[in-house]
Design a protein around this ligand. Structure first.
Ligand code: ZN
Ligand code: ZN
Length: 151
């Protein structure tokens, strides 16, 4: 995977650049991710916050308060509606990027399913990946990061 990863929304109004490799990629099956992507969950590619730079416009953020009481920010393009980014006060040091918004998302590899508690019965679950019923704890998150860098 190249060190610098670029991407943007469907219409090209928003462009970004990620200066490092992702920490990990997971699929979140919470209802918010389902609604914002229109599918069974959101595939979020997670970076340290300073690694992500918007090079053309910035997403518009839709703010939601999650079950934890903390806010989640869903970044999308106000022109074409593509989801591009996710931020959460619960995990403030990281910036999630929507997998499909990368120019080349083909080399991403999923490390976990999260929020399986609200997954739809018709959704596909990998039989081998670790699963978390809600948001992983800090310790579990460290395990996920380790898993992601084993390969
Ligand atoms: Zn757009
Ligand atoms: Zn989610």
């Amino acid at each position: 995977m190249p060190i610098s990863m670029t991407g943007g929304c469907a219409c090209g109004a928003i462009r970004y650049e990620c200066a490092t490799k992702p920490m990990f990629t997971w699929i979140c099956h919470c209802r918010d991710c389902q609604r914002s992507t229109g599918g069974g969950g959101g595939v979020n590619v997670v970076f340290p916050k300073p690694a992500v730079r918007f090079t053309k416009n910035a997403p518009k953020y839709h703010v939601l308060t999650g079950t934890s009481g903390e806010k989640t920010y869903r970044g999308f393009c106000p022109e074409c509606g593509s989801p591009v980014a996710v931020k959460a006060d619960l995990i403030p040091d990281i910036q999630g990027i929507s997998a499909a918004s990368f120019d080349d998302p083909s080399e991403l590899a999923l490390v976990a399913h999260i929020w399986t508690a609200s997954a739809q019965p018709w959704d596909y679950m990998s039989p081998t990946l670790p699963k978390f019923t809600t948001t992983p704890t800090t310790e579990e998150l460290q395990e996920i990061v380790k898993l992601a860098h084993r390969s």
